[in-house]
Design a protein around this ligand. Sequence first.
Ligand SMILES: Cc1ncc(COP(=O)(O)O)c(C=O)c1O
Length: 360
Amino acid sequence: MTSKEYIQKLRTAKYPLRGNKPKAMKAQMKIFESLDDHLMPDVYGNGEVIENFEKLLSEEFKKPGAIFFPSGTMAQQIALRVLCDRRGLKRVAYHPLCHLEIHEQGGIKELHHIETVLLGDADRVFTLEDLKEMDDVSVVLFELPQREIGGQLPSWDELVSMVNFCRERGIYTHLDGARIYECLPYYEKTVEEVGQLFDSVYVSFYKTFGGVTGAMLIGDEAMMIEAKIWKRRHGGDLYQLFPYIVTASEAYLRNKDKMQGYYEGAKAYAGKLSKVSGIKIIPEVPVSNMFHIHFDETPEVVMERLAYVIDEKNIALFGGIATNTDSLAKTEVYIGDAYGEVEELLVDQAIGLYEKEKLG
Ligand SMILES: Cc1ncc(COP(=O)(O)O)c(C=O)c1O
């Protein structure tokens, strides 16, 4: 079965277990119907609609300022540039598989001429020991959870000791917190407590939250002033951003307090899947609402079987199936509202059917 055929099949499943059920465009448009008749759009980054949302996030994180960006890619490159300029050294350190390193066509290097230092090994989170070995840098970027390795996290104590290590050396810390709310139940911390560790934080509104798109950069006043200038330089000051802001803030407010349930759902689902042969779960016990699965078969074989489960049970156990470095199938699971909407018995039956077919 090809990926295209499988994706088409996925769309027919009544019960997708991953994330939140995708919203049709019309459903997204409905959000606008509840707006105050007289609320005016933002204009080039100013206006009530954008400023209120920025204020909300800066208050949540108890940091002086926040700026809404059309993308996290833009927000983070700018945050790192500002912090590098502040320290007078264009060098940052981050995980070998962080978003900037593998998904942004080298934007940080090409646009900002910032040198990058890779910390630790690709298949684990970096540690204090890795930081002790690194060359001098202006910023260390922490990605919590570390998405490409199944959303692993350092322990809270390790995280605090790494941040303290940086602080003592005058090195800034930036948090890629695209999914930071998703880490709070494991850390048993508030977003303010996590945010206070870092000089700047980026949050995404279209991952678990399910907004259309958009990001917030949160930090001190001086960073906000400079980041606004860079946002203009990057072409990020769109004339009006309100379609993204309205949908992002609605999704954020609707979902931000549901993370404990999603985390419990991820642990429960991973627990069930861990008993299925030919499946490896990373991390073995999830530490957020996300985990990765590596299969012992090719994507074609796995997709074929998952499509059969959809035909028989109307359940999509997973989303898209990708290929890992061993040319075998892998997938990313993240739990949102959809998982809790399906009866446990049905989930068990679907997993049972998958296993039966696997064992032949
Ligand atoms: C961890 C992480 N950081 C940054 C980004 C970039 O976000 P955007 O798509 O808004 O540019 C993503 C997007 O997938 C991400 O997963």
